[in-house]
Ligand binder design. Structure first.
Ligand SMILES: C[S@@+](CC[C@H](N)C(=O)[O-])C[C@H]1O[C@@H](n2cnc3c(N)ncnc32)[C@H](O)[C@@H]1O
Length: 271
């Protein structure tokens, strides 16, 4: 059993961090929407966000006119969103990526901010991809990102401290075995005049990108194209990057238009 944090305090901390304008989801959203717009002639209608968490990406998709469903196995993460957002919040459902509690079809399915690394085992990821294939409409897009082994190794076996005016976190990461990196975060943050303390333990599994490609094909999703975080630049050697974004075009298995990788950057820290 892998450790998955995301309890109530972690949800509060997560939402607080992810509401910053430079957050992962808020930077990704316009790139994702551009990719979706360029990949089809008609307007996509329905989006499923797997591992939606506190819902920043889901909200951005809904603001762009999509009907959204967010699925996450953490009730505190989903509840934080329901409790704090006003207006139409779309549909949120507690559920597991391995047995999605939805029927579909969806024009867009996302699993971003390394959700696949959070699953319990490689077997779970294979199973989750079959679930994506079940609910993704013909002509639909599946977009996800993976912390590669290089990315996980780059962050491991060191202690990292982040300090700002209103938050402090200490991260420790160590290998449980060859396949699982444990992240332990401990810290404080100030919100609404209160100081919150949190402790969080999350496990991330190592995923071989070639395995993911194989599982996508055998699930009937078609081939995965590996991109940088602009979702445009195709990575010639994705395993050499800390993070690789997978784009699967269910339509024909054909590659969406992309530009080629200008070079191999040094791995950067994976979140
Ligand atoms: C790093 S967060 C990403 C949240 C969101 N996608 C974002 O970009 O902010 C990972 C999320 O995956 C969820 N998760 C982990 N395992 C899951 C599973 N088996 N099924 C569904 N969600 C899962 C966690 O609860 C957590 O909310």
């Amino acid at each position: 059993m892998t450790a998955s944090g995301y309890d109530e305090t972690a949800a509060l901390r997560y939402a607080w961090t992810e509401s910053r304008p430079d957050s992962f989801s808020l930077r990704l959203a316009p790139r994702l929407l551009r990719l979706v717009a360029e990949s089809r002639d008609d307007r996509p209608q329905r989006a499923l966000d797997i591992g939606a968490g506190t819902g920043q990406l889901t909200d951005a998709l809904r603001a762009a006119g999509l009907r959204t469903v967010g699925v996450d196995r953490s009730l505190p993460m989903l509840r934080h969103r329901v409790d704090t957002s006003s207006g139409d919040r779309g549909t949120v459902v507690v559920g597991d990526a391995m047995a999605l509690p939805v029927i579909g079809p969806f024009d867009l399915v996302t699993a971003t901010f390394n959700v696949l690394n959070h699953l319990q085992s490689t077997r779970s990821v294979e199973c989750a991809l079959r679930e994506v294939a079940r609910v993704l409409a013909p002509g639909g897009l599946f977009v996800f990102d993976v912390n590669t082994r290089v990315g996980l190794v780059a962050t491991s076996e060191r202690i990292e401290r982040q300090r700002s005016a209103n938050a402090e976190t200490t991260w420790r990461r160590w290998w449980l075995d060859d396949t699982t990196l444990r992240l332990h975060a401990q810290g404080t943050f100030d919100l609404d005049g209160m100081r919150h303390h949190y402790v969080e333990t999350i496990d991330k599994i190592v995923l071989d990108l070639a395995d993911i490609e194989r599982w996508c094909m055998s699930a009937g999703l078609g081939s995965a194209s590996w991109r940088s975080d602009d979702l445009l630049t195709e990575l010639a050697d994705p395993e050499a990057h800390a993070v690789a974004f997978g784009v699967v075009d269910r339509c024909s298995g054909s590659r969406l238009e992309s530009r080629s990788d200008p070079g191999r950057p040094e791995p950067t820290a994976a979140q």
